[in-house]
Design a protein around this ligand. Structure first.
Ligand SMILES: NCc1[nH]cc(CCC(=O)O)c1CC(=O)O
Length: 319
């Protein structure tokens, strides 16, 4: 294979740059080729609107894909949770590397834990999924919290707490780890309380579908279990006809008996942002042996959720 530098298209945010650099190093290792970063501005980075109101999916992704299709870059790295379901034929998801901690976390003032927040505490998040689950938990456990819609990059969101405007903000553990700020977390939210976004904590490495050599090379970074789990989670999301800003949480994980992996469990939740109504279901079965089986698992759980009224709950996300 050529020894020419590979061009990696990346957004300019601190998180995107951090994860692109990490993947660039890994790709250099497996291909023996240098990787250069090419910065690209996306609509999701410049818009001041609330993310949920931009509508459509994939605001962070489209400009990178355009650069791939124009041949301006050779591959791109996305946060898998920001990647719309329904892979375009012209693009290949060449690798889904091993996932980081998928949990959501709280960064709160005074080192507070979520359940120790005082009455009337204001928690910032722009995510209807996080609002729905935090409010549902608060209702069930008599916590008096107010979720406040915010957006902005990780630094901006943490600053709301540092400046005293909010008592806490909710973020993904993976993002904080990647930018080196995981030590600022005051509470890791159990996935029994808040299920992450489908694919949260995982990255997606994409290139054009016609580049077989590159697909094979990038494929060395793929983690088959992360891909199976994410495939089930994303298939559920697609079957619910929901996007990355919908109030849908999902997580597939392995159930092991000692060292022996026995089964895969897929858990999912849909809810109104005020937490007054949720549909939460789980299914456990043999670890899928093919991606088609993983997709079927996601579709089946989605069908059960729809039968229990999930669609009606997602419709209320605009409020
Ligand atoms: N919503 C934006 C976004 N997209 C990916 C991550 C980082 C976590 C990940 O890669 O899954 C974040 C930040 C966050 O949710 O706190």
């Amino acid at each position: 294979m050529s020894t020419k530098a590979l061009r990696l298209g990346t957004r300019r945010s601190k998180l995107a740059m951090a994860q692109s650099r990490q993947v660039a190093d890994a790709v250099s290792r497996v291909t023996g080729r240098p990787v250069e970063l090419v910065e690209i501005t996306t609509y999701g980075d410049v818009s001041k609107e609330a993310l949920a109101q931009i509508g459509g999916t994939g605001v962070f992704v489209t400009a990178l894909r355009e650069a791939l299709l124009k041949g301006e870059v050779d591959f791109a790295v996305h946060s898998l949770k920001d990647l719309p379901t329904g892979q375009p034929d012209v693009l290949a998801l060449a690798a889904i590397p091993e996932r980081e901690d998928p949990r959501d976390v709280i960064v709160a003032r005074d080192a507070l834990k979520f359940t120790d927040l005082p009455r009337g505490a204001r928690i910032g998040t722009g995510s209807p999924r996080r609002m729905a689950q935090l409010n549902a938990y608060a209702r069930a456990h008599g916590l008096d919290i107010e979720t406040v819609a915010i957006r902005g990059n990780i630094d901006t969101r943490v600053r709301f707490v540092r400046d005293g405007e909010l008592d806490a903000v909710v973020l993904a553990a993976a993002g904080l780890t990647r930018i080196g700020r995981i030590d600022e977390v005051t509470d890791f939210l159990s996935v029994d309380t808040v299920l992450p976004a489908p694919g949260q904590g995982a990255l997606a490495i994409e290139c054009t579908a016609d580049n077989a050599d590159l697909i094979a090379a990038l494929g060395e970074l793929d983690d088959p279990f992360t891909r199976v789990a994410a495939t089930a989670e994303r298939s559920l999301l697609a079957a619910l006809e929901a996007g990355c800003s919908a109030p849908v949480g999902a997580l597939a994980d392995l159930l092991a008996d000692g060292q022996i992996v026995k089964e895969m469990r897929l858990r999912a939740v849909v809810g109104t942002t005020d937490g007054s109504r949720t549909v939460q279901l789980s299914t456990t079965g043999p670890v899928p042996e093919t991606y088609d089986q993983a997709m079927a698992l996601g579709r089946e759980l989605a069908a059960e959720m729809l039968a229990q009224g999930a669609a009606g709950l997602m419709g209320e996300r605009a409020q």
